[in-house]
Design a protein around this ligand. Structure first.
Ligand code: GRF
Length: 202
């Protein structure tokens, strides 16, 4: 299963995906594409011998033009799966439709709670008892697609938002490789009613 990973920044989730590659795992990262030339994740990919490409959104007149170029760049690698790993761009409906059923994202909250940005602060400010992260299929609704797997952790009364953020990251790095592996193994797919694992609706 050929996987193209899109990043914008640190790429710690990319690193977790790189580290999960093994002879028994059918997921193979064929390329990493970043919209920012200074994304540290590009160095992680290069260190692992994975081809990289930079496509800056600033070089395009509008979102449609950027997404069209991004699609062409991705499709040149002929991926079976496209993985958003801290890719900080909102994608056009045309892009999302093109990769329907083969586009995954990780979001740092227990969806449907806290869609959008600044999720850790918002979870604490809301007085939530627990927080976490979700891997979901991407649909046209921002952070609204069917969830494949979530990890929940209790929010400790005495911890800082930074500590909570770090603890959520640990969970992200656990569940994203798992979901990608399930997809590569043919166990996880997007059905008519939502995400399916081993033929059962999630
Ligand atoms: C993660 O928190 C992820 O949930 C969110 O963006 C962040 C990316 O972090 N979508 P990294 O680049 O993988 O370190």
């Amino acid at each position: 299963c050929n996987v193209v990973v899109l990043i914008s920044g640190s790429g710690s989730n990319l690193q977790a995906l790189i580290d999960s590659q093994s002879d028994s795992n059918p997921a193979r990262i064929g390329a990493v594409i970043s919209n920012r030339a200074d994304a540290y994740g590009l160095q992680r990919a290069q260190a692992a011998g994975i081809p990289t490409q930079v496509l800056s959104h600033r070089e395009f007149a509008d979102r449609e033009a950027f997404d069209a170029a991004l699609m062409a760049a991705i499709d040149a690698f002929q991926p079976d799966l496209v993985v958003l790993a801290g890719f900080m761009r909102i994608l056009t409906p045309g892009f999302v439709r093109h990769y329907q059923g083969r586009l995954l994202n990780i979001h740092p909250s227990l969806l449907p709670r806290h869609k959008g940005l600044d999720t850790h602060n918002r979870a604490v400010a809301a007085g939530d008892a627990e927080h976490g992260c979700s891997v979901h299929f991407v649909t046209e609704e921002l952070d609204g697609g069917p969830v494949a797997i979530q990890a929940a952790i209790p929010i400790r009364p005495d911890e800082s938002v930074a500590q909570l953020t770090d603890r959520v990251h640990v969970e992200e790095h656990r569940i994203y490789p798992l979901a990608v592996r399930w997809f590569a193994e043919g166990r996880l797919r997007l059905g008519e009613q939502g995400a399916m694992l081993d033929g059962e609706k999630l």
